[in-house]
Design a protein around this ligand. Structure first.
Ligand code: C2E
Ligand code: MG
Ligand code: MG
Ligand code: MG
Length: 280
């Protein structure tokens, strides 16, 4: 590198970095505006009992309704958001909105457990257990209607603090789900150390379940392990009836995926799933 002329690669790299940082900052500024202008929305995807297809839960999934670019999926802004100072504000908005929505459905006589994806910053800064307790008090939501979805990268940050936090949250009756199970490096050790209610089998193992004997073996082992630990098991990414039936046969309790329903706005979710309480 020392023999490179001044106008060679390092400068091209620096320029690329500069551009990247500039576009990251631009997106961050837009995200700040989006929060102020209420452009974030939660969509809800049904979670069903595989035994009778009744809707027992919904995963809350964030969307950005951009005035020009339309509906933007989380993959396009969550990574930048999570590395920005805005992360906490949006995460708290998600948690509060999901609790309010679930409470409304509870009051309407169609209670649905709502799953909320936690962001890494929520475990770092302020005390999440206090935030959750305050939201339950304010909304009056039954604690068992809230399920927090946690991924391994969140647990890894500060394992000791995470254990304490989730123990307290769970003591109030709120459920904890291990999201994207099997995709990380130490999933098995976390199973032992963390207070959990639910394992969510990641869709990467579900998609080829019928064709790939390796995926089938992993799913079968995960279900057996979860059951012997007394956890409930939900499989995500179910796209067809055959896969749903296979999972049911393997002893999986619950399912989520396009076969049962896509994520929908709250009013659409009500119309399609809460009116009948089951997927057709
Ligand atoms: P996730 O928590 O694993 O959510 C499941 C994702 O799989 C969702 O994508 C969902 O729409 C998609 N999905 C569900 N069923 C199927 C299926 O049958 N086939 C296929 N191909 N996909 C299916 P989405 O909504 O784009 O969310 C992606 C990820 O973004 C989520 O993964 C989660 O990690 C993150 N995310 C979404 N909303 C939030 C949020 O409010 N807060 C945080 N911190 N993260 C969020
Ligand atoms: Mg999730
Ligand atoms: Mg998941
Ligand atoms: Mg995932």
């Amino acid at each position: 590198a020392a023999i490179l002329a001044r106008d060679e690669q390092p400068i091209g790299f620096a320029a690329a970095m500069r551009d990247r940082i500039a576009s990251q900052l631009a997106l961050e500024a837009e995200l700040r505006l989006a929060l102020e202008k209420n452009q974030f929305e939660l969509f809800y995807q049904p979670q069903v009992l595989l035994s009778d297809r009744s809707v027992i839960g919904a995963e809350a999934l964030i969307r950005w309704r951009h005035p020009v670019r339309g509906l933007i999926p989380p993959g396009q802004f969550i990574p930048v958001l999570n590395n920005s100072p805005l992360s906490d504000a949006v995460a708290n908005w998600v948690l509060a909105t999901a609790c309010q929505q679930s409470r409304q459905w509870q009051l309407a006589g169609t209670p649905v457990r709502v799953g909320v994806n936690l962001s890494p910053s929520q475990l770092q800064g302020s005390e999440l257990q206090d935030t959750v307790a305050a939201l339950l008090d304010e909304t009056g939501l039954a604690p068992e209607l809230l399920e927090l979805e946690v991924t391994e990268d969140i647990l890894i940050e500060d394992a000791e603090k995470a254990q304490k936090t989730f123990r307290e949250i769970r003591a109030r009756g709120v459920k904890i789900a291990f999201d994207d199970f099997g995709t990380g490096y130490g999933s098995l050790s976390y199973l032992k150390a963390f207070p959990l209610d639910t394992l969510k089998i990641d869709q990467t193992f579900v998609r080829q379940l019928l064709n790939d004997s390796g995926d089938a073996a992993i799913v079968r082992a995960t279900i057996d392990l979860g059951r012997s630990l007394g956890l409930s098991i939900i499989a995500e990414g179910i796209e067809d009836l055959e896969t749903a039936n296979r999972l049911k046969g393997m002893g999986c309790d619950e399912g989520q995926g396009y076969h049962f329903g896509r994520p929908l706005s709250a009013p659409e979710f009500e119309q399609l799933f809460l009116a009948r309480r089951s997927v057709a």
